[in-house]
Write a protein that binds this ligand. Structure first.
Ligand SMILES: NC(=O)c1ccc[n+]([C@@H]2O[C@H](COP(=O)([O-])OP(=O)(O)OC[C@H]3O[C@@H](n4cnc5c(N)ncnc54)[C@H](O)[C@@H]3O)[C@@H](O)[C@H]2O)c1
Length: 257
């Protein structure tokens, strides 16, 4: 998609998990298109990334935010109000994906995954809806997973959390339509993000191994953060104003079975 700086001029956005991987690509894409972006993340490099966007002429602010804590989200929303004056777009990208099957999942791990991947999205949506109502509408995009539908044995709690996210998306799409707030979900296929590379390395797999998996896939490569960011950009544009409650897979066709 060609970059048009005017596309989101005057719009403001929060991107959770925006300091790394898919979230960083989304934050960059929104900023490149003229939006003022709050990067809400727990990662230390968030400030550096926001500075990089500002240095290139964009508008971005890093606000350290743990999405599983409502008090921190409240402060982030206050900062956004003060600095940018309102909110049009929320992209819920913060997520963790530790590998564990049912028997390897203790209560603590279950709670941690649910708190970030599902409760975090609920808390963020709840915190921003009043601001979007004030603006006369808004767009929320959740980053889900193809594992949401049928689950995955080795990603037990993770896939259940993404299943919940699917229901949350459809639920809120209907409930918030009356405020002109649209809610959609984008499912990545396989992206060699910082998080994914670290996970694979912990399993003894190299970056080259990941690239080889991409070469064996339908379209011959893994997806990139930019592939995902293009879909998010489309969904938040006014031209997508009648798209609501939908689940899009950006996976090179892997789920088309
Ligand atoms: N990479 C893939 O192949 C893939 C596939 C399917 C779905 N996804 C989903 O995409 C999203 C992004 O994944 P990624 O691969 O870019 O991962 P990543 O690890 O590279 O980035 C995730 C970001 O979320 C942040 N984060 C983690 N916990 C947080 C918290 N409590 N509060 C705020 N921020 C927090 C991290 O600091 C990090 O910056 C996740 O929701 C993930 O489930 C990724």
């Amino acid at each position: 998609m060609t970059t048009n700086r005017k596309l989101l001029e005057g719009k403001t956005a929060i991107v959770t998990g925006g300091a790394s991987g898919i979230g960083a690509a989304v934050a960059q894409q929104l900023a490149d298109n003229g939006a003022s972006v709050v990067i809400a993340d727990v990662a230390d490099n968030g400030e550096e990334f926001a500075t990089k966007i500002r240095t290139a002429g964009g508008r971005a602010l890093f606000v350290r935010t743990d999405v599983s804590r409502s008090a921190e989200i409240g402060k982030t929303v206050e900062t956004l109000q003060r600095e940018f004056g309102g909110l049009d777009i929320l992209v819920n990208c913060a997520g963790i994906f530790p590998r564990a099957n049912l028997l390897n999942t203790d209560e603590q791990l279950w709670d941690r995954i649910m708190n970030v991947n599902l409760k975090g999205v609920y808390l963020c949506c709840k915190a921003v809806v009043p601001l979007m109502k004030e603006r006369g509408g808004g767009s929320i995009v959740n980053i889900g997973s193809n594992h949401a539908a049928a689950g995955s044995a080795e990603l037990f709690a993770y896939s259940v959390s993404k299943g919940g996210l699917l229901t949350l998306t459809r639920n809120l799409a209907r409930a918030l339509a009356t405020y002109n707030i649209r809610v959609n979900c984008v499912n990545p296929g396989w992206v060699a993000t910082e998080g994914e590379v670290a996970l694979r390395e912990s399993e003894g797999r190299s970056r080259e191994w990941l690239e080889e998996q991409g070469r064996r896939s339908l379209l011959g490569r893994l997806q990139t953060g930019e592939d995902l960011a293009a879909a998010v950009l489309f969904l938040v544009m006014p031209q997508a104003g009648q798209i609501n409650g939908q689940i899009f897979s950006v996976d090179g066709g892997a789920s088309a079975r």
